[in-house]
Ligand binder design. Structure first.
Ligand code: NAG
Ligand code: NAG
Ligand code: NAG
Ligand code: NAG
Ligand code: NAG
Ligand code: NAG
Ligand code: NAG
Ligand code: NAG
Length: 505
């Protein structure tokens, strides 16, 4: 959701001294724990900023624009509404009319405290649903479960709902008002009459934020409140003072304490930039590449792929599973040159768009901060929601998108503004994609440098018609090194994870 482009590289060591082993273990505990920490801190800050508690909807009423906070890579296709659920001693009832969204797509994805998706509701899976019950691991059962269209169970008492309500047209205040009206009907209520807990439980009590062990004390607090589904995962970290009962630094040796203290700085060093060409030329196992666009097809559903989970948590969490939405990012053009507003590009999307049962868009961002690109026309994306303004060409077979800082003189193109002389990235979102897209079998149109003479010569044929899919990974389930077992065996194989992402909302 947040970081524009980030890279996490973890390396193991061929032969380890005791000190190095402890450093590696600290790194693995950090990677394992970051998502939980991120959910808690995001929750605490979001609730404080909006001055609400748990189990309350926080609604955005407008689409995002170039003034939105940086590092969010927001879409301009949906209104976001979120709730941080506290399921301690209660279930929570959510109502939202996904049953009526044949015309307007609504999506309710739910994440547990470790950022794993555990359920989603939309017309895809609940075409008749509008009333949902969410239980925590120990919530009392309601008397009559039959009144619910579906019952979901969160493995942790803390859960996060990031609902999306489609806004069907850019620059259409009538439609925005309709989307707002629908969003305002969402409700959330607890099934038991419990006193809401204070969101301050998410922070370690009595620990100063300047405490050098703050992260570990916070994580210790969180694992006691929201234990992992498999508690034994914590066995690997006992020598670091982290256990199901929390974090206890008593008795740790000076080396370990120093490693733990250095962890936040370590995290910063793990977040370095990666060569975007390598990203698409030598993709990691869970990255699928498609004409130099790339995506993580197992986002949201991480299993033991803790490194991807950490990376996407740092990117803001809330990653949709591919069945709900796929995100393809581009940082280089079809010639492997970095996208920069100093060059004009053309993308020829087939007139039928990207195969989906909801909508698609291509949105441009400053590479430096993942913000929407400022332009006086306030055009941030091109896609389904361009609506009647969408221009077709080449006998109406092509939606030609011209990417450049200035408005094109050509009349048969759709303009997507890019920044003057600055690098940018693109994200194509396909909501409720078809199985062809999910399997990375649909060829994404290449991003080609724009050449006026080429265009003139090809008025009857698509310019740069999509053909080749340069690299696909059909088995995209990433069998990541299991941090837990590698922490125990410290086998020493190089554990390198490249992470480039993407706003995920
Ligand atoms: C961006 O959105 C905010 C919030 O809706 C609004 O106040 C602001 O005027 C918008 N800015 C631009 C440049 O459109
Ligand atoms: C993002 O970066 C661009 C280019 O450096 C800058 O013009 C813009 O103000 C930044 N946006 C935000 C929201 O900080
Ligand atoms: C959707 O569910 C709500 C609440 O149960 C109901 O009032 C409404 O009629 C339903 N809409 C459709 C189209 O089924
Ligand atoms: C604006 O939105 C309304 C409501 O969805 C729709 O009926 C109307 O056609 C839209 N106008 C344009 C110009 O797309
Ligand atoms: C921390 O560990 C020490 C040594 O094992 C133990 O004496 C102490 O009770 C523990 N503290 C807490 C709060 O569990
Ligand atoms: C998540 O991944 C597991 C395999 O690791 C698979 O069985 C399951 O169907 C996936 N769930 C979703 C919602 O994609
Ligand atoms: C555009 O900028 C890139 C750096 O991002 C540079 O490599 C390239 O040569 C520039 N192209 C032109 C046409 O100035
Ligand atoms: C544009 O296309 C023409 C004709 O194919 C070619 O001669 C020229 O080199 C191209 N220009 C660029 C900048 O690629």
């Amino acid at each position: 959701m947040r970081f524009p482009v980030s890279v996490i590289a973890f390396s193991g060591f061929a032969s380890l001294t005791a000190a190095q082993a402890s450093a590696e273990l600290v790194e693995e505990a950090l990677i394992w724990g970051i998502p939980l920490y991120q959910t808690a801190i995001t929750g605490y800050k979001t609730l404080a900023k909006n001055q609400v508690g748990f189990n309350t909807f926080i609604r955005n009423h407008a689409l995002e624009n170039s003034s939105t906070d940086p590092n969010l890579a927001p879409n301009v296709d949906t209104l976001y509404s979120q709730v941080f659920l506290d399921l301690y001693n209660t279930g929570v009832e959510i109502t939202a009319p996904v049953n009526e969204s044949s015309d307007r797509y609504l999506l309710l994805p739910f994440y547990e405290a470790y950022t794993n998706y555990f359920a989603s509701a939309s017309r895809r899976n609940y075409p008749h649903g509008s009333k949902f019950l969410v239980y925590g691991p120990n919530s009392p059962k309601v008397k009559d479960e039959s009144i619910y269209d579906a019952i979901f169970t969160s493995p942790t008492d803390l859960a996060w709902l990031v609902a999306r309500t489609e806004v069907k047209y850019y620059h259409n205040s009538t439609d925005l008002a309709i989307a707002n009206a629908i969003e305002s009907t969402f409700t959330v209520s607890t099934t038991e009459s419990v006193t809401p807990r204070n969101p301050a439980i998410l922070l370690p009590s009595g620990v100063l934020s300047t405490d050098p062990l703050y992260f570990w004390k916070a994580l210790g607090n969180l694992v006691t409140l929201f234990p992992p589904t498999v508690p034994a995962v914590l066995d690997a970290f006992v020598s670091l003072g982290l256990s199901p009962t929390g974090f206890n630094s008593t008795g740790l040796d000076a080396t370990t304490l120093a490693e733990l203290t250095a962890a936040p700085a370590l995290l910063a060093s793990l977040l370095t930039s990666v060569d975007p060409v390598t990203t698409v030329k030598s993709p990691r196992a869970d990255v699928a590449v498609n004409n130099n666009w790339f995506t993580f097809l197992d986002a949201g559903n991480y299993s033991t792929d803790y490194s991807l989970r950490a990376a996407l948590a740092l990117a803001g969490g809330g990653a949709n599973i591919p069945a709900d939405a796929v995100y393809y990012e581009a940082e280089v053009d079809i010639d492997f040159d970095i996208l920069n507003g100093n060059t004009s590009y053309v993308i020829d999307v087939p007139s039928t768009g990207f195969p989906n049962n909801a909508f698609w868009s291509i949105i441009a961002y400053y590479k430096s901060n993942a913000s929407l690109i400022y332009n006086t026309a306030e055009i941030y994306g091109v896609g389904t929601h361009t609506g009647a303004d969408l221009v077709y060409t080449v006998d109406d077979t092509i939606i030609r998108i011209l990417l450049q800082p200035t408005e094109p003189t050509e009349t048969d193109v759709n303009w997507l503004p890019t920044p003057n002389d600055l690098e940018f990235t693109l994200i194509t979102r396909v909501y409720q994609p078809t199985s062809e897209v999910i399997a990375n079998k649909f060829p994404f149109p290449p991003i080609r440098k724009f050449n006026t003479s080429d265009l003139a010569a090809t008025t009857e044929v698509p310019y740069g018609a999509p053909t080749a899919v340069l690299s696909t990974s059909t088995n995209i389930q990433y069998s990541a090194p299991n941090l837990y077992s590698s922490a125990k065996s410290v086998s020493g194989s190089i554990f390198l994870v490249v992470l480039l992402v993407v706003g995920l909302i």
